[in-house]
Design a binder for this molecule. Structure first.
Ligand code: AMP
Length: 404
């Protein structure tokens, strides 16, 4: 079965064409600058050098048309005809409380995704544009939506509700939704495979540390707590987001500096985190360079980052009454061995013992980095949201075909 995976952003479309169930990538690419003066498509097929096409692309519909043309191009394509695509899997950020798993796209799903544009204005409208373009261009092909929020729908009410008047939940759906769910689910499943144990028997903490950072407690294969909340602003320190904060800080600064709500939102989302404290960059590699050059604020931003993460690991171990595996993923988690070492330091009370040499040798590959005697296994698992989307889409499309 050939499965096309689409991640459509505000001005970009990322895609991968998989052959399933072999999980083989046949082609992949990234179309950028949609709607801007000069859009660029980078496309590559297995065994072929990268193709770059520059051309003006006004919208997602036109963009996907170009992607489908390239995928069936006689020289650069991976299929002879677009009809060979059996199903399309879409990354969708917000599925609200309605979607607890990946689902076939139908009118009801489209209207839910539209409804949640208000809560995910930077993602859902563009995810929807990708779905609608595919529905027009591939009308008889099943489309599957894979939600970032779905994995966290197993979280109990006492963990997803904020202690504010209940009315705001009932009327405005204010609650913890959590994000990065596809990544947390993928690395938890993969870690269980690596450890050779059923995920249903494990208590796992997954740390997705990229430009956006979140941490999830996974007990028996289900998300029971996660650090991102009503929006992706809550929780860990991130590249430009503050993470947890006394809400009174926002009121105080708004009153003191005469800031509007949208100015405050901008400060907490775009000017805080590693960037805000270090005043160097939101990029961890730049922070390390500055720290090594003796910049004390780069050093401080790292210490705040590590401390917050450590605090969450302790809290989530408490929530699960223990811990079997700790997993690091995404740009920082996969590549920054010093962050992994710092966070695991002084956690022997919890049974975490990192093997310094193993840890230092691992960059961007799957590995167990704890000592053989460590009670808690510590792993690096590179995330692969596209593969997770392809797997879900394959299962759902296969079920549909078999049911026909
Ligand atoms: P992501 O959003 O998953 O692409 O992750 C981006 C983050 O990963 C940025 O903060 C990068 O600086 C960080 N990152 C990528 N490679 C490394 C590396 N070798 N060492 C430290 N941080 C890295």
């Amino acid at each position: 079965m050939k499965i096309l995976v689409i991640n459509s952003g505000s001005s970009s479309i990322k895609y991968q064409l998989f052959s399933m169930p072999q999980e083989k990538i046949l082609a992949r690419g990234l179309l950028e600058r949609i709607g801007l003066s000069c859009s660029v498509l980078h496309h590559s097929r297995e065994g072929n050098s990268e193709l770059e096409i520059s051309k003006q692309i006004r919208n997602h519909h036109q963009g996907l048309k170009v992607v489908l043309e390239v995928l069936s191009h006689p020289e650069y394509g991976a299929v002879e005809d677009i009809d060979e695509i059996d199903a399309v899997g879409h990354r969708v950020v917000h599925g609200g409380e309605k979607y607890t798993a990946s689902c076939l796209v139908d009118d009801d799903l489209v209207s839910t995704v539209r409804e949640f544009c208000e809560l995910a204005p930077l993602h859902n409208p563009h995810n929807l544009a990708g779905i609608e373009a595919c529905q027009k261009l591939l009308p008889s092909v099943p489309q599957v939506a894979v939600f970032d929020t779905a994995f966290h729908q197993s979280i109990a009410d006492h963990a997803y509700l904020y202690a504010i008047p209940y009315l705001y939940y009932e009327k405005y759906r204010v609650r913890r939704y959590g994000f990065h769910g596809t990544s947390h689910r993928y690395v938890a499943l993969r870690a269980a495979q690596i450890l050779g144990q059923p995920l249903t028997d494990l208590r796992v903490i997954t740390c997705h540390l990229g430009n956006g950072c979140s941490i999830t407690a996974v007990k028996g294969g289900k998300s029971v707590e996660t650090s991102m909340g009503f929006t992706p602003l809550e929780g860990l320190v991130m590249g430009t987001r503050s993470g947890d904060l006394d809400p009174a800080v926002a009121f105080y600064l708004m009153e003191k500096l005469g800031l509007s709500a949208s100015q405050m939102k901008q400060i907490l989302n775009k000017k805080s985190g590693l960037l805000g404290v270090s005043e160097v960059s939101n990029d961890m590699r730049d922070i390390w360079k500055a720290k090594e050059a003796g910049n004390p604020r780069a050093d401080l931003s790292l210490r705040i980052f590590w401390h917050r993460l450590k605090k969450y690991i302790g809290a989530y171990a408490a929530v699960m009454n223990g811990l079997d595996a700790l997993i690091f993923t995404a740009g920082i988690g996969e590549n920054d061995c010093q962050t992994r070492e710092k966070v695991c330091q002084g956690m022997d009370y919890l049974g975490i013992e990192i093997d310094k040499d193993r840890n230092a040798a691992i960059q961007g590959e799957e590995a167990v980095i704890s000592t053989d005697s460590s009670r808690v296994k510590v792993l690096v698992v590179p995330t692969n949201e596209e593969l997770m989307i392809a797997q879900d889409t394959y299962q759902i499309a296969k079920g549909k075909t078999e049911g026909q």
